[in-house]
Design a protein around this ligand. Structure first.
Ligand code: BGP
Length: 469
């Protein structure tokens, strides 16, 4: 029996991608609320507020804010043991810099967590999932400003105290490493809240941003454990293995260097200090990351309890002799989704093994899934065999990681168990769900919910504790 008793089967979402109700209940405007719809090859635009005539997908999303009771009941029908969502920071501190929280926002999550518990579903909660208050961008310059550390810790402590008997599993920052590609405005912006100034070295800015987020995370871990010593507070990384293109020694270095860009975030949060390869890079490039005398001690004391990861795809890197640089190359051995995400179940086992060996922490897969274009058939059912095959193959690899490689896995939360707004493109029609939601990219539709074929399949997987794939 590879999956232990009590294994947390569930699903994962983020507040801004499904709640809607963007101006209700005293909520403030988040960074996600000011982004338009993009699409393949067309990045989302960061706007400065609300432009007339533009579609803002996160404003209404799938209206979970009003329909959560119905939605949680549907997830419970699949047998969910846990449900990962985030607390929208802007529902609790609408601008991010207030001293008193918004009671109506706190009450919303009280009701949501009570509803989950009524079905025996454990809440797994992310504090910051691409939805920081937009005010913190315009007034403070986002996470480049050290003041955000205190604002975040105030938010964390407020919700830790309020939900100390309702939530045990927490994560500080969603995919904290998903901000290193400074040329992709979406990923950098939603995690950092930084709008770059002409001429500045974006990489240096992001090291400063990350330092502030590491501090905020470590302080939250320290404070959280004082509030409830049973809290399990994790980091959360987007993990993608990077393979070398060939066995040429320099291709190994190309792959290793690319992995290090992600490992550095995990090294700080799991080991409590900056790794030497990062300190050397700062020295070589002349970067000056501002720190205060206690910072390193805080990082040391604020190590996380478990390792949460998202897993979607793998990459390949090669060394280019002509330019003496590293480059990304396609993998001829795996297929890609319509959005170019390479489907690689074995990569999940590989990643779990590497992380288990490197950090020796229990792990939780808090995102995994495939975005598909889908339509109900003439009977009204979405026949999503492609999704079923995707999950069956990934779960089979998780089993091997547990049974053959000794990995400790606490739970599995596929991404977007109910169709929701895509984070990278803002589309509704990049669908991940076991449940179909009637809404298109233009925002049209009845918002009705309907189980897909995979709904019944996943129900069977959970009921058999992962045996019946
Ligand atoms: C992760 C994010 C999620 C989610 C997922 C799927 O990076 O943590 O918020 O959206 O990716 O990505 P997308 O929605 O862009 O398809």
């Amino acid at each position: 029996m590879p999956f232990p008793k009590g294994f947390l089967w569930g699903g994962a979402v983020a507040a801004h991608q499904l709640e809607g109700g963007w101006k209700e209940g005293g909520k403030g405007i988040s960074v996600a609320d000011v982004m338009t719809v993009g699409g393949p090859g067309k990045p989302r635009e960061i706007t400065d507020g609300v432009l007339p005539g533009k579609v803002y997908p996160n404003h209404d999303a799938i209206d979970f804010y009003h329909r959560y009771k119905e939605d949680i009941a549907l997830l419970a029908e699949m047998g969910f043991k846990c449900f990962r969502t985030s607390i929208a920071w802007t529902r609790i501190f609408p601008n991010g810099d207030e001293t008193e929280p918004n009671e109506e926002g706190l009450k919303f999550y009280d009701d949501l967590f009570d509803t989950m518990h009524a079905y025996g579903m454990e809440p797994v909660i992310t504090l910051s999932h691409f939805e920081m208050p937009y005010h913190l961008v315009t007034e403070y310059g986002g996470w480049r400003n050290r003041k955000l550390v205190d604002f975040f810790v105030r938010f964390a402590v407020t919700v830790f105290k309020r939900y100390k008997d309702k939530v045990k599993y927490w994560m500080t920052f969603n995919e904290i490493n998903n901000q290193r590609d400074v040329d992709t405005p979406f990923t950098a912006f939603t995690n950092s809240g930084v709008l770059y100034q002409p001429g500045e070295d974006r990489h240096e800015v992001l090291y400063q941003v990350a330092h502030h987020e590491f501090l905020a995370s470590a302080k939250a871990v320290i404070e959280g454990h004082k509030i409830n010593p049973d809290f399990q507070i994790g980091c959360m990384m987007a993990m993608s293995p990077v393979y070398p293109e060939t066995c040429k020694p320099m291709d190994q270095i190309a792959a290793l260097k690319e992995m290090d860009k992600t490992f550095y975030f995990a090294d700080v949060q799991c080991r409590g200090h900056y790794p030497s390869y990062i300190l050397k890079e700062w020295e070589n490039k002349g970067y000056h990351i501002k720190m205060e005398p206690d910072d390193l001690a805080v990082l040391e004391q604020g190590c996380v309890d478990y390792f949460a990861l998202s897993y979607y795809m793998s990459f390949v890197r090669a060394y280019d002799e002509q330019t003496d640089s590293f480059k990304e190359v396609p993998n001829p051995f795996v297929k890609a989704s319509d959005w170019g995400w390479q489907i690689d179940p074995v990569g999940l086992r590989y990643m779990l093994d590497v992380l288990a060996e490197r950090y020796e922490l229990p792990m939780m897969i808090v995102e995994n899934g495939i975005g598909l274009h889908e339509q109900p058939d003439e009977t009204g059912l979405v026949q999503d065999d492609e999704r079923i095959n995707y999950f069956a193959a990934h779960i089979a690899e998780m089993k091997k990681a547990i049974e053959l490689d000794g990995v400790t896995l606490m739970g599995y939360c596929p991404w977007g168990p109910i169709d929701l707004v895509s984070a990278s493109t803002g589309e509704m029609e990049k669908r991940y769900g076991f449940i179909y939601v009637d809404k298109n990219n233009k925002g049209e539709g009845t918002l009705s919910r309907k189980p897909k074929k995979s709904f019944y399949w996943y129900k069977k997987v959970i009921a058999s504790n992962g045996e019946d794939l």
